[in-house]
Write a protein that binds this ligand. Structure first.
Ligand SMILES: NC(=O)c1ccc[n+]([C@@H]2O[C@H](COP(=O)([O-])OP(=O)(O)OC[C@H]3O[C@@H](n4cnc5c(N)ncnc54)[C@H](OP(=O)(O)O)[C@@H]3O)[C@@H](O)[C@H]2O)c1
Length: 233
């Protein structure tokens, strides 16, 4: 069987790195795009492409002509009371969470449409459920959910587009929220499953959505959140 080609933007850290490792173990070809590539230099067979998605123009050199899937992982957790949020906070969050994904998808749309393929985007539990201090990030992630459904409609039946909405997951991005025993315990208690998420929890769902076994699933926002969005204990 042909090896599939996946592009993982932000595949050098946290959830993206876990997706990269899982796909590599399955024997797929994985291309990681991020600003730095040190964390993946010992992973055999992974090709790194240097890119900053906040640049006006995003060029991805060295990709194959045909891509089977894209995961777009760069994102922010910029939590502040609304009175402290400046226009620049909203703009910066939008730039990384939304416009970065738009630039990448524009760049590789042709390669994704060569065959059946799948795009995975990332939202947050804080879009479906209002949470204090999340105004800026939830605004951007709400836009990603809109982008997901719109592109899923426009690109069907060739390309599927789905979005994962995680709750608090232990990664470098969330480390400032989990830097004491008390914070970890408090975070765990908020979830019906009584623990914080791991990169592997989220990556397992992302890999399922990227691969063909999910071929009848598109336009969905799927929570991976320890039950936080829908359960009350
Ligand atoms: N962790 C959580 O608790 C949580 C909760 C809800 C939603 N999410 C969402 O899940 C997604 C993954 O989060 P994570 O925690 O795994 O993040 P992470 O550990 O910070 O990883 C982010 C990845 O994106 C890359 N990246 C960041 N800025 C970039 C830029 N300007 N250009 C190119 N690449 C860039 C980083 O590599 P370089 O720095 O080398 O560029 C890194 O590989 C995000 O969209 C996040 O909002 C996370």
């Amino acid at each position: 069987m042909r090896k599939k080609n996946f592009l993982i933007v932000g595949g050098s850290s946290g959830i993206g790195l876990a997706i990269t490792e899982k796909l590599q173990k399955k024997g797929e070809n994985v291309f990681v795009a991020s600003r730095r590539g040190e964390s993946i230099k010992n992973l055999s067979g992974i090709k790194h492409i240097s890119v900053d998605v906040t640049n006006d123009e995003v060029k991805l050199e060295g990709l194959p002509e045909q891509l089977d899937g894209l995961a777009y992982c760069p994102g922010t957790i910029n939590l502040k009371p609304f009175r402290s949020l400046r226009n620049e906070d909203f703009q910066k969050d939008f730039e990384i969470n939304v416009l970065g994904a738009v630039k990448i998808i524009h760049e590789i749309e042709g390669s994704l449409k060569k065959n059946q393929s799948s795009i995975v985007l990332f939202s947050t539990v804080a879009v479906g459920q209002g949470m204090p201090f999340h105004a800026s990030v939830a605004t951007s992630k709400g836009a990603i959910e809109g982008l997901c459904r719109s592109l899923a409609a426009e690109f069907a039946p060739k390309v599927r587009v789905n979005c994962i909405a995680p709750s608090l997951t232990e990664t470098p991005l969330s480390s400032h929220l989990l830097n004491s025993k008390e914070k970890i315990e408090h975070g765990a208690k908020r979830h019906p499953m009584e623990r914080i998420g791991t990169s592997n929890d989220i990556a397992a769902l992302a890999v399922f959505l990227l691969e063909g076994e999910s071929s009848w699933i598109t336009g969905q926002i799927i929570g991976a959140d320890g039950g936080l969005s829908s359960l009350r204990k």
